[in-house]
Design a protein around this ligand. Structure first.
Ligand SMILES: *Cc1c(COP(=O)(O)O)cnc(C)c1O
Length: 422
């Protein structure tokens, strides 16, 4: 094997290095060099320490789950310092963090997060959905937030181990799931506006119910906000950084007072449609040339690159039943198409709901009706059913990864519980 290809593989994962050491003499020496500094590149799943909770909390009523209110028994924490690199990952009982009041997360919002789910299938197996995509995005957010990168694969396997420890918290339901919230914060306890020398990566998980209460689609009403901007060119709209969300809470509250559930985020004088609340946006229409087409705004830095967005684009391109286009679209174009009865469906897409049909838009004082439901929301349903079948393991698909396969079998429970810390 050529030296350059060895180097390339090394970037990918520790597992690959292990395989390489058996095949290439060059790889052995490269690995040796790397292992010395390994904790500067990433923490290792193989070193995870587990402290089981002695008291298990009662599980909440599965039929009455409010998003983000219920947390499981355990959490994952991985501290990092500039001097020593990554510490050993630890799974411990869920507990409060103890942080110095000067920590950069409190002052300069050095923080970012991910939103993912673990699904329990009818076969009893628990699966993650495209977790590598979330980890790639998390590392991109980390880079922009001046936090260190880490191996997505090691983090996925640590998270799989956390979910296994809390497997009884994964709802036994075709529509509920275990929400996972990997979070990364700057814990540098000094006030300088600087690269943090201390950071904490952690993950908490908790059961969540279906987005639509009745289990059937109910369309949402949007407030097309012409006063506030979610993201802008040269900004950080593409990163899931905490600083993107705090400023949206008041406009969201004001939109609710106007009878709308979500904000339709517009941009520039042309009122480009960008996102809906914390979802990506899709328009399914007959374009001016008379072609049936699915449109979503391109990843130009102002759009959060959703895993659901990517999945819908991948599926639609694979089906090949209509044109698929990533381009910007203005409110004027959208309204013209609406007047000409060319809008078939209009919907949001995200992990929380998969797809969310839009029924009305309040724009400049006018409540505009959107015929998504009148047209049967057929595309919404097709996307929804296809993704649910993959996520709940009803069909076998490489996007769904069984946690048992992500967890190293050698690292059995007995071994890890013996390494109890404090
Ligand atoms: C998280 C998020 C999305 C959706 O991303 P998914 O990976 O599909 O859940 C879309 N827009 C914003 C602003 C988000 O924060």
């Amino acid at each position: 094997m050529a030296f350059s290809s060895v180097i390339k593989s090394i970037g990918k994962s520790g597992r690959q290095i292990l395989r390489l050491t058996h095949t290439s003499q060059t790889a052995v020496s490269v690995c040796a060099v790397r292992c010395v500094h390994s904790n500067h590149d990433s923490f290792k799943y193989s070193e995870v320490q587990i402290e089981h909770s002695k008291v298990l909390k009662p599980k909440p009523d599965q039929n009455n789950l409010v998003f983000g209110h219920n947390m499981s028994d355990h959490m994952l924490t991985v501290p990092w310092t500039e001097r020593d690199g990554w510490s050993t990952p630890r799974i411990t009982p869920l507990r409060n963090l103890s942080l110095h009041p000067a920590c950069s997360v409190f002052h300069y919002a050095i923080c970012l997060f991910e939103g993912m789910k673990a699904y329990k299938g009818e076969d009893g197996k628990i699966r993650f959905f495209r977790p590598y995509d979330n980890m790639e995005r998390m590392n991109n957010s980390a880079e922009r937030a001046s936090l260190p990168r880490f191996s997505g694969e090691e983090m996925i396997r640590c998270m799989a181990r956390l979910v296994q420890a809390d497997k009884d918290w994964v709802p036994d339901s075709r529509t509920s799931s275990l929400y996972m919230r990997p979070t990364f914060i700057g814990t540098e306890p000094t006030l300088g506006v600087n690269y943090p020398k201390h950071a904490l990566l952690y993950c908490i998980v908790g059961p969540v119910g279906p987005y639509f209460e009745t289990g059937t689609f109910s369309p949402v009403t949007l407030y097309a906000d012409t006063a506030h901007v979610r993201a802008w060119h040269g900004g950080v709209g593409y990163a899931k950084m905490g600083s993107n969300y705090a400023p949206t809470i008041k406009p969201q509250h004001d939109a609710e007072a106007k009878g709308c559930q979500q904000i339709l985020w517009l941009y520039e004088e042309e009122h480009y449609l960008t996102e809906v609340g914390t979802m990506n946006i899709f328009i399914y229409w007959d374009n001016e040339a008379g072609e049936r087409e699915l449109i979503t705004p391109p990843l130009d830095g102002t759009i959060l690159p959703g895993v659901t967005r990517r999945s819908l684009l991948d599926l639609a391109r694979e089906w090949g039943d209509f044109k698929v286009t990533e381009r910007r679209i203005t409110m004027a174009e959208f309204q013209k198409a609406l007047a000409e009865k060319r809008i078939v469906e209009f919907f949001g897409a995200g992990t929380a709901c998969v797809v969310c049909p839009i029924g009305k838009v309040l724009f400049k004082g006018d409540m505009i009706d959107i015929p998504t439901m009148d047209n049967g929301a057929e595309l919404c349903k097709r996307f929804y059913n296809t993704l649910m079948d993959i996520q709940y393991g009803r069909v076998s698909h490489p996007w769904a990864m069984e946690i048992d396969e992500l967890i190293d079998l050698e690292l059995s429970d007995e071994e890890t519980t013996s390494i109890k810390v404090n």
